[in-house]
Design a protein around this ligand. Structure first.
Ligand code: M6R
Length: 365
């Protein structure tokens, strides 16, 4: 049942190229530079009239949602917002008919996300589910949406759901952008990049042994920082969540710019820093932050673009991932961090598929 893999988590990490292929199949129109998401049921007029894309979710689905927020602002110049579903639900949110609300959930059964869906519907918003499990409560109650088609995710630590969620959220952002003011040419570029994702992920998986070797140098720490900027900040959040869940190492994620506003006080040789350094806007600034970390003796692991000599020189160790657009790097770098967390946990002897205190779906508030 685990297909020869030692754990479901590893099996599902390796299923990602296929899962993403299924998630984007029939949904990318390269010719017209747009996405086909008929489950959303949005008319051309609605695409223009929405004032905000509001994304709600919990845990990994929340982290994927943050990529969606960045993408909708970047691609569609439309207001994007992401909110933890319970926070949204309990603070009498301002939401209404000008909002498209997307509820992101692998299981479709998360209690807080379901409550947020009900709240948004009550307040007159248009609500769509971005759900993996077909026929689940959120999928049914949202009434419209996009299924992930990632296949069953058994591992408590979510992996393939995240990468499929991000791929589909990029398509949602592309669709909104093309319905508004993005040119066909620019849309074609993005569509083409999304189609490359499965292959890029395959390349990262080929580095599994190298990543396991890197991981062996981080097994003995009890704390870690993850830093990234822009699109790579959600990746830092997701990387830190994975290591916490399965290896029980205390990890915190920061926007790299935030380091010097306090957290830097914690840095010393016992606090390794995982830095997301794929080429992209602000990279030189993150390299500067890495230098500040090393000046305080913190060991730095960089996730860098293949062949980026400058980034490599700035770090103690690196994991190299293939070159791609910065919004696609969210997926590619996350896969590297999934494998990193997996191997750290394995080498620490943790029960990866049965992490303590966790259940696959959180169906109580
Ligand atoms: O099924 P959902 O996507 O709604 O679940 C949300 C979270 O409970 C889930 O992502 C959780 O954080 C995972 N254990 C993360 O690996």
């Amino acid at each position: 049942e685990k297909g020869g893999y030692e754990h479901y988590m590893l099996k599902e990490i390796f299923e990602q190229p296929e899962a993403i292929r299924n998630a984007i199949r029939g949904r990318v129109d390269v010719e017209r530079g747009t996405a086909i998401l008929s489950g959303l049921g949005l008319s051309p007029r609605e695409l223009v009239e929405f004032q905000r894309l509001l994304i709600v979710g919990c845990g990994t689905s929340l982290n994927a949602g943050l990529v969606g927020e960045y993408a909708v602002e970047d691609f569609a110049a439309m207001l994007g917002e992401v909110e933890q579903a319970a926070e949204f639900r309990y603070r009498n949110p301002i939401v209404g008919s000008k909002d498209l609300v997307v509820a992101v959930s692998q299981s479709g059964e998360t209690a807080d996300t379901l409550a947020a869906v009900r709240e948004a519907i009550d307040k007159g918003a248009m609500v769509a589910g971005l759900v993996n499990v077909v026929g689940s409560t959120i999928a049914r109650e949202a009434g419209r949406g996009v299924y992930l088609h990632a296949g069953p995710e058994i591992s408590v630590a979510s992996t393939k759901a995240f990468t499929c969620q991000v791929a589909v959220l990029l398509l949602v952002a592309l669709k909104l952008a093309r319905g508004r003011r993005m040119s066909r040419e620019v849309g074609m570029g993005i569509a083409g990049e999304v189609l490359r994702v499965p292959e890029l992920v395959e390349k990262v998986l080929e580095s599994n042994a190298a990543i396991a070797d890197v991981a062996s140098h981080f097994v003995g720490y009890e704390h870690m920082f993850y830093i990234g900027r822009g699109y790579l900040f959600p990746v830092a959040l997701e990387g830190a969540l994975k290591i916490k869940e399965i290896s029980y190492i205390h990890a915190e994620a920061y926007n790299a710019a935030e380091l010097k506003h306090g957290p830097i006080a914690l840095l010393d040789e016992k606090m390794p820093v995982v830095a997301l350094l794929n080429r992209g806007p602000g990279q030189e600034k993150t390299v500067g932050n890495v230098e500040e970390c090393r000046a305080r003796k913190a060991p730095v692991l960089g996730v860098i673009t293949e062949g980026d000599a400058e980034a490599k020189a700035a770090c103690d160790r690196v994991i190299e991932v293939p070159e791609c657009s910065h919004y696609i790097a969210t997926i590619v770098s996350t896969v590297a961090l999934q494998l990193f967390a997996y191997h750290v946990a394995r080498l620490r002897g943790c029960a990866i598929d049965q992490p303590r205190n966790l259940a696959k779906s959180v169906t109580v508030e």
